[in-house]
Write a protein that binds this ligand. Structure first.
Ligand code: FE2
Length: 244
């Protein structure tokens, strides 16, 4: 039977590799072996792909959708937090008025999803999904509750580090990014094969939000800051120089 020690040894065996992007074929993350791309990627015309890409009207997103704690009759159980940051392009310019979506487990570490049968309680006051548009400075802001860690099926006794999923479309479909935000000080981070599929320590650390006392709302919520840079697809930038 595979143990966490076996997975940790596999993670350690690849620790000498370099690169800021996740490995798409990373055996410690078991299912990635079965579903990573194995054929040559097909170049696409960046303008042509926009003809089939999704598009959104700004009027479709309500301001209240950025607050995951007001979607039901009562407030959800959990540690209320503010999650905010700036979305920037590869040149450091703000990506303004673009869609940011998040989804996450509840405070007990359970998703409101049929396939999540983790025996932790669902919260009738928490759906776990939100979205907003960045402002003219590229800033987004969500109010939510801190998600719990949850078990998953990678190997016996596997637990995901606490995280919030992010999806960003950017200005063009080639900027599309799906990523995860983690929390500082989480003891599960060194054990998590998804987090550790990114070879560079500095690149992994960029996925950990920064606790921000200045954005904390007194007597109400702690705050975390998480900036996101959209540069293009992982395949285009797999060997891109690391950035601080
Ligand atoms: Fe998740």
């Amino acid at each position: 039977m595979t143990t966490q020690a076996d997975i940790s040894a596999e993670i350690g065996a690849r620790a000498g590799e370099r690169g800021p992007q996740p490995r798409i074929d990373y055996p410690p993350y078991r299912s990635s072996v079965l579903r990573h791309p194995v054929h040559e990627l097909s170049p696409v015309d960046p303008e042509g792909v926009e003809l089939w890409a999704p598009c959104f009207g700004h009027g479709d997103v309500e301001a209240a959708e950025a607050d995951l704690t007001i979607q039901h009759a009562c407030e959800p159980i959990g540690e209320r937090i503010v999650v905010t940051g700036r979305v920037l392009d590869g040149q450091g310019r703000p990506v303004a008025h673009q869609l940011v979506e998040v989804w996450q487990a509840n405070a007990a570490g359970r998703y409101r999803h049929l396939r999540d049968q983790h025996p932790a309680p669902l919260d009738p006051n928490f759906t776990g999904a939100g979205r907003c548009m960045t402002d003219s400075n590229g800033r987004y802001r969500f109010v939510t509750i801190k998600p719990g860690a949850y078990p998953w099926q990678n190997h016996p006794n596997a637990w995901r580090a606490q995280h919030i999923h992010f999806s960003l479309f950017g200005r063009a479909f080639t900027q599309r990014l799906v990523t995860q935000m983690y929390f500082p000080g989480d003891p599960l981070l060194p054990l998590d094969p998804i987090f550790n599929s990114i070879p560079d320590q500095k690149a992994r650390d960029r996925l950990i939000a920064r606790f921000d006392i200045d954005r904390t709302k007194p007597d109400w919520a702690l705050a975390y800051e998480f900036d996101i840079v959209l540069r293009g697809t992982p395949f285009e930038s797999a060997d891109h120089d690391d950035q601080d």
